[in-house]
Ligand binder design. Structure first.
Ligand SMILES: [Zn+2]
Length: 297
């Protein structure tokens, strides 16, 4: 099996994001975002990334979901002021738009921000119970996942906060999203997961995505376990503007393949690339694809 390349979460689109965001708050329409989403897809296609994604151009990854869920109020941080609920599709319109212009054989990954990360990122003025907030987000997001089934090929769930504190109810929480879902599922947890990997292996998802480039020691940690999931290997850093040379990425991938073989299903950047300049993010992806192709050749 040849691993496929993809991105994690965000892709940087704007050299001057602040100005665009200001305009966005004043003149939001669904259609005004189409050319921007198209630019993300153009960059990913030009870099020859296998599995496309929308790049989360509209909003940062918490606000993107909170903006359209009932019960959330957007201030400096998101506040929970009522029962959290699902009222309308959040990312599905963008996914359908992308499907309308990409080649039919091209795969698309839909990404949702995980319920635990949303709960940890919001100020709870209503439930006064973190677990209840997390489960309320999970039940609302389940409806989005059901909507996504007809518009994407893979479901990505971003739960960076699992590396900060891992809740004992994580298995049930993630199960709400993935139970009986027809899509392959990928869980992305960045940060230092060394101490919680054994618990992460217990989660009902098909693939685990971690930042192996920034934390190559994770290779050693994972070697001590047998686990059911396949892996998405972070191959270029998302927190460093240095563009890794092709040869360096090839060695990294080869190391991963030597250790985990067929378990390696996807290759990606370590995390979302939002904080990088667009040309840097693009060149990292370009080199990632060249590194993969060098191995195949
Ligand atoms: Zn991440």
């Amino acid at each position: 099996m040849i691993p496929q390349t993809t991105i994690i979460g965000s892709y940087p689109l704007f050299p001057n994001r602040g100005k665009i965001m200001q305009n966005y708050f004043h003149h939001y329409t669904c259609d005004s975002w189409k050319p921007l989403i198209q630019q993300v897809i153009d960059d990913l296609n030009t870099a020859r990334i296998d599995i496309l994604s929308d790049g989360q151009t509209r909003d940062p990854f918490v606000q993107l979901f909170a903006r359209k869920l009932k019960g959330c109020r957007l201030r400096n941080r998101v506040e929970i002021i009522d029962d959290i609920g699902y009222t309308k599709p959040i990312t599905v319109d963008d996914q359908r738009y992308i499907q309308s212009f990409i080649p039919q054989e091209k795969q698309l990954k839909g990404v949702i921000t995980g319920p635990y990360t949303l709960a940890k990122s919001c100020i709870d003025l209503y439930y006064h119970d973190e677990q209840e907030v997390a489960f309320s987000f999970a039940h609302a997001l389940r409806k989005e996942v059901e909507e996504m089934q007809s518009s994407v090929d893979i479901l990505g769930i971003d739960e960076p906060f699992f590396s900060v504190s891992f809740p004992e109810y994580a298995r049930d929480l993630i199960g709400i999203l993935t139970h009986n879902i027809s899509l392959p599922t990928l869980l992305h947890v960045c940060g230092n997961v060394s101490s919680v990997v054994s618990k992460i292996f217990d989660l009902p998802v098909d693939t685990l995505s971690h930042e192996f480039k920034a934390r190559p020691d994770l290779f050693d940690v994972l070697q001590d376990f047998s686990f059911p999931q396949s892996l998405c290997i972070g191959c270029v850093r998302s927190d460093d503007t240095r563009i890794e040379p092709v040869q360096e990425i090839t060695s990294h991938i080869q190391n991963a393949l030597d250790l985990f073989g067929e378990k390696i299903q996807y290759l990606s950047p370590d995390c979302g690339q939002r904080s990088l300049p667009r040309d840097v993010a693009y060149h990292k992806l370009d080199n990632l694809v060249q590194a993969k192709e060098a191995l195949n050749g």
